[in-house]
Write a protein of this length. Structure first.
Length: 422
């Protein structure tokens, strides 16, 4: 049975009479219900994938409705909550909606209004759950891995993709930060609208930022390293996010990528505190590959197969000793480095072994000098991709002086700007 056909309404109120009345009315209308006098008991029913709707009183002796909303949102930020409030407590109901409730009803409850609101909320909920089911089928192919850390990452992506929230994504280079940001756009209702990708150092004026926000209207802006933006541009972005929050209308979904922990940027005064506040409400940490090394062989085989298909080659045999080498490697460049190693393996270059070598070639089709140059160019290009064009990182990785690296890049017509995240 589809989850969307199994939506349940949880009723929470300390008044047994109101619970009985609501439950009777909703059951007559054909809805599945569970009723609770104690909100703590109701919380035990809820989990991140729970396909339901909450109808709760605001005033309860064991836990206030406001506290309950916070606890529910901590479990599942997208979960629809309808609050019940006494006559004249509109301010309280509005505060509840600011916390994340979708709507409110005043006592005494009017059956027609209750059923109408429940129908509207459940229809929206069904669409989200149907989208979850699509994501569950697609996401494992887009974000590969069988370890618990990757399974949890996929769960977070699924929940956030269907909730229209900004997100902060941080982690080491090559861990899949950009892939995650892209998925959060492509799996969301915004997928048919623009997805704009920019580095912070591309937005050096308020006018440039305004232009990009206009281009990203109704879509998403993936922003890498916002700390590179001048202070006045960061402040403008903070005001933009504040206005979106106040109005309740998110014209642009902001997906921000950090390299180091944003708290470090905050301490170093590279990031405005107000911008940090808005960006850090929903966070993703992308784990380094060394933290889920059981996925290494699965990922290596996937990238190798993909490369061989592109090259029109048969997959080469992989010795068990080499697989053991892959498992032992610490992967400082993370998944991006693993992808590069697999792609090189597909063309016969065996990296990470004790004596790096090329696999036997049936027939030499090019002079040796040409092959050496092709190999050198490939290594430099792989490193530029690996470190997104950051020359210091590339020179450290290749163990070559910057001056010599630039000389080789000119020789092979390689421009670092072409390898930066765009």
């Amino acid at each position: 049975m589809k989850l969307s056909n199994n939506i349940q309404i949880v009723l929470i109120d300390d008044d047994q009479h109101i619970l009985d009345s609501c439950q009777h009315l909703l059951k007559l209308a054909g809805y599945q219900t569970r009723a609770f006098l104690d909100p703590n008991m109701a919380l035990q029913e809820i989990h991140p994938d729970w396909p339901g709707v909450i109808l709760t009183d605001i005033y309860m002796p064991t836990m206030s409705g406001m506290e309950l909303i916070d606890k529910i949102k901590a479990i599942s930020p997208h979960l629809p909550i309808i609050t019940i409030t006494g006559h004249g407590d509109i301010a309280m109901a509005v505060e509840a909606m600011q916390k994340g409730a979708v709507d409110y009803l005043e006592k005494p409850l009017k059956p027609k209004k209750l059923l109408s609101l429940i129908k509207t909320v459940i229809e929206k909920r069904k669409k989200i759950i149907e989208q979850w089911e699509i994501i569950d089928n697609v996401l494992p192919e887009q974000l590969l891995g069988e370890t618990q850390v990757i399974i949890e990452t996929r769960k977070h992506i699924k929940l956030l993709a269907t909730a229209d929230r900004d997100a902060l994504i941080h982690g080491e280079s090559g861990t899949g930060r950009y892939t995650t940001a892209k998925l959060l756009h492509e799996l969301s209702p915004r997928k048919s609208h623009p997805m704009i990708v920019k580095n912070g150092d591309d937005l050096l004026s308020i006018e440039e930022l305004e232009k990009i926000l206009k281009e990203a209207q109704n879509g998403s802006l993936i922003l890498h390293d916002p700390c590179s933006m001048p202070t006045e541009v960061q402040r403008f972005l903070s005001h933009f996010l504040l206005n979106q929050e106040r109005s309740g209308k998110r014209t642009v979904k902001l997906l921000v990528i950090f390299g180091q922990s944003p708290e470090d940027d905050l301490k170093e005064h590279r990031l405005l505190p107000e911008l940090f506040y808005f960006l850090s409400q929903v966070r993703f940490f992308m784990p380094p590959l060394r933290k889920h090394k059981d996925d290494v062989i699965l990922l290596f085989r996937h990238f190798l197969k993909k490369s061989c298909i592109l090259l029109g080659k048969q997959r080469p045999k992989i010795e068990k000793a080499y697989l053991d080498t892959l498992k032992r490697h610490q992967w400082p460049g993370n998944v991006r480095e693993l992808k590069s190693v697999a792609e090189l393996y597909a063309i016969g270059v065996v990296k990470l072994s004790s004596t790096e070598h090329s696999q036997p070639i049936e027939q030499m089709t090019n002079p040796l000098d040409n092959l050496v140059e092709q190999y050198e160019k490939q290594l430099i290009e792989d490193a530029l991709y690996l470190f997104a064009g950051h020359i210091n990182d590339v020179s450290d990785y290749l163990k070559i002086q910057r001056k010599k690296l630039y000389h080789r890049m000119r020789k092979y017509d390689l421009d670092k700007a072409n390898y930066k995240i765009k």
